[in-house]
Ligand binder design. Structure first.
Ligand SMILES: Cc1cc2nc3c(=O)[nH]c(=O)nc-3n(C[C@H](O)[C@H](O)[C@H](O)COP(=O)(O)O)c2cc1C
Length: 417
């Protein structure tokens, strides 16, 4: 690594010379990984202490400034250092799906960058794509705080954010201010995840989603119809076949409508998953994203949440992270079995390692997304997963990640020969 890049990494990480030097070799040996391990990870080891939402908010405030000033020499250098540490470019990981070229199959899931403030720099963290939102037509405050809880022992989280976001028009301005490269020329594909405004009835939902999409379509590589958050009353009823068909048909009529995907809940019955797979085929959807957070407590032991003093079992919200892995995989398998190989699927829920990413890809996901696992594991999760996928392709004797999608091949810890 050249001296500029070293300095830039240290500047970004806030570390002095040798920052991260005590870490083991591999993807986790850089300055950003070192900073995360020393400064952030200790805060994530307990459910108490620093408020989870506050931590995300501070991070995003910083990233927003970096994204806006990314052509300042010092910032540019820092981002180059970040990229050198976290990006893994390899043509074997590339895919083109629904007209978008993905440099690699790992994306940032919706909900972290709700207002798109760091849209221009997610590729520097190694992501092949990032999903911004959920965005609603009007600004929303979301539910009262506290509304995001760490469940550290299980590497999980409970949230009832309730679509807090600045609204479609403000997000459009935020994206415009970052002067993003045009669609097709971005280092990371950008998806825009849309939700129903809380005050709007289910009857009027199609017009509500349409007004958000009209505003944001020119900036989106793809759009997601989020009908699966557990934190907006009634929203998940839009997963029902007739309602969803009405919604999809309304959005598809919009001029310049980007490829449309639907994001579904993990708590659906098999019949409902089958109906969505059928509808996706009939309506020519670009893909399905499985899954959002769960209303089930997925076998988690009950405990009192320090922030509210109430038992977990009595708290509303959606569960994410490691306990979601098996249910998310089961939903994806069902979708794949019903829809066949031509419908692109995005797997999300409990992915926190190369092995869990491979499992989802092998079961039929063309792409995967991470959120909770990325927070617990830190930024080096992305290069760890990408390196692990390349090694796995070698061990399986496959040339490209596309060949692994839906292959059913189990994870191999040693080579074929
Ligand atoms: C704090 C938080 C906020 C989220 N907000 C959204 C959201 O606004 N829209 C959405 O579609 N999914 C949202 N999600 C769900 C994630 O995108 C993802 O589907 C889910 O967390 C499962 O993935 P994970 O186990 O990797 O976290 C949110 C998740 C968390 C933890």
């Amino acid at each position: 690594m050249d001296d500029d890049a070293t300095t830039a990494r240290q500047a970004f990480a806030g570390g002095g010379p040798g920052a991260g030097g005590s870490l083991q070799a591999g993807a986790g040996s850089g300055a950003v990984a070192g900073f995360y391990r020393r400064m952030v990870e200790p805060l994530l080891r307990t459910d108490e202490g620093v408020d989870a939402e506050q931590l995300s908010r501070l991070t995003l405030m910083g990233l927003s400034q970096v994204s806006l000033r990314r052509d300042w020499p010092l910032v540019e250098g820092a981002l180059a250092g970040l990229g050198a540490e976290l990006q893994r470019r390899n043509p074997r990981l590339q895919q083109t799906l629904f007209g978008c070229r993905f440099a690699n199959p790992v994306g940032l899931a919706a909900g972290f960058d709700k207002n798109g403030v760091a849209a221009a720099i997610w590729h520097c963290f190694g992501f092949g794509f990032a999903e911004l939102g959920t965005i609603t037509a009007q600004p929303q405050q979301g539910n009262p705080r506290p509304r995001l809880f760490r469940l550290a022992a299980e590497r999980a989280a409970l949230n009832r954010m309730g679509f807090n976001n600045l609204g479609a028009m403000a997000v459009r301005r935020i994206l415009e201010r970052q002067a993003l490269p045009p669609s097709g020329q971005r280092s990371a594909v950008l998806g825009i995840n849309l939700g129903k405004s809380r005050e709007v009835s289910l009857e009027l939902a199609p017009d509500d989603y349409a007004s958000s999409l009209e505003v944001l379509a020119p900036l989106a590589d793809y759009a997601v119809i989020n009908v699966s958050s557990p934190n907006t009353p009634g929203l998940r009823e839009l997963q029902q076949e007739t309602q969803l068909r009405r919604l999809v048909e309304r959005l598809r009529r919009l001029p310049g409508c980007p490829p449309l995907l639907v994001k579904i809940a993990p708590d659906l019955e098999d019949d409902a998953i089958d109906a969505i797979a059928r509808l996706a085929y009939q309506e020519g959807l670009a893909g399905v994203i499985a899954v959002n957070t769960s209303q089930d407590r997925l076998g988690l032991a009950d405990r009192t949440l320090g922030a509210t003093g109430r038992p977990l079992a009595e708290e509303s919200g959606g569960l994410s992270g490691r306990p979601l892995r098996h249910r998310a995989l089961a939903v994806l398998r069902r979708l794949r079995a019903m829809a066949g190989p031509s419908l692109p699927l995005i797997g999300v829920g409990g992915i926190d390692s190369a092995e869990s990413a491979w499992e989802r890809i092998s079961a039929g996901a063309s792409l995967v997304q991470v959120y909770t696992g990325w927070i617990y594991e830190g930024p080096e999760l992305v290069p760890d997963v990408l390196e692990g996928l390349i090694t796995q392709l070698d061990r399986q004797g496959l040339a490209t990640i596309g060949e692994a999608v839906g292959s059913g091949l189990p994870w191999r810890s040693t080579s074929v020969n």
